[in-house]
Design a protein around this ligand. Sequence first.
Ligand code: PLP
Length: 477
Amino acid sequence: MSRDLPAEDFRTAMHRVADLVADYLEGVGDRSVLPPVSPGDVRRALPAAPPEAPEAIGAILDDYLRLIEPNTTHWNHPGFLAYFSITGSGPGILAETLAATLNNNAMLWRTGQAPTELEETVCAWLAGMMGLPPESRGHINDTASSSSLVALAAARHRLPIDVRVKGLAGRPDVPALTVYCSDQAHSSIDKSAIVLGVGQENVRRIASDGDFRMSVPALAEAVARDRAAGKLPMAIVATVGSTSTTSVDPVPEIAGLCAREGIWLHVDAAYAGAAAICPEYRALMPGIERADSLVVNPHKWLFTPVDCSVLFVRDPALLKGAFSLIPEYLRTGESSDVTNLMDLGFQLGRRFRSLKLWMVIRAFGVEGLRERIRLHCAMARDLAGWIEADPRFELAAPVPFSTVCFRARLAGPPEEQDRFNERLMARINAAGPFFLSHTGLQGRYTLRVAIGNLRTEPEHMTALWELVTKSLEEVAA
Ligand code: PLP
């Protein structure tokens, strides 16, 4: 085959793919969340070399069903409660297929007219849904890691040191740049600092309080100390929905400090930002409207297939200032008020991501999305209540949204308790229907249940709690 699939073969294969996808989604909950494979099993089952001759698409799909589908962790499983659980929902899956069909690359308006304008529109919808200021300008990236990197590059561009042109190396006129975030902030902030020439050493991890929220006095002190030492504060990152506990930093106080000090405020709301579409959860994140930049991942808690991360900025001119660079071959005759998405980040080519967000928002309706987020939070509160009512367990953090941190209580030294909880989690995960992950809180091993999958229902929580208590008894025995 040296041409694309003939139309009829494609149609037949696509019908089979439709069945295969529908069957998978219908039956995913009957599988074990973690596959029964060991490292190297899949590699050994795959041919070492590619085929010289064409292979029939039917045979390739057979192999997909035999080798790929069963041998991966099932993120679309209702029992996937690890990390931040996510969902590739039906409307999102359909959109991914259509986006691949158009194979559009909206680097310029000219190369993707509807995709460019849909992205602007759907980001404005999302800003409105979250109660962000109307001037917020959204731009879709692959992940929050990229969105935060782009935001912090804009923060660096705002400093009067012209890094864009002069770089950072070998410049005695440029002091060390510093970035501030709490000890609960995501590691992507450190990675941005690595990429942007700030350096890990200049990321100030500010202590958080007993509820895992950044201490503002400690933050103010760190900024003052750095200024006195001649360093140049570049950005403060407030986390709204931290990775371990979903704690929310005190954004109004942090925003006040940023305003007084002239420091860029980036809000990492990658997970919890989605909950801002419910007024009662929006109320838990006051001040987010004051951010210079904010990231929210529809691929985390808005049922949009991975990857889809929206970066909102207050002043898109700073993104353009940081990134717009137009080689001759990309010059078009369009007027300057036409958006060329390549101007707003470091990537030229881009996937057509707004289509899936558009289709998800339309198919669920904002009210449907709110309803599911509320149900997730209610399930988390139920689980937290059972944990609190059972003297063999303790809650390890407040539960503002849909993530519950807990551990088994045990007499004995902390290391022994940690090992016990580790064994407890391994036993829960080995059973098959659920997958939990862990974190470290105040140096202690902590189990984490993150409810975010569309298919997770209250009966799953009941079954999980039965498994947790049964596993506790087994491990103790
Ligand atoms: N920020 C927070 C608060 C997160 O929890 C995560 C990942 O879980 C990220 C950023 C990174 O997300 P991504 O995988 O989209 O880069």
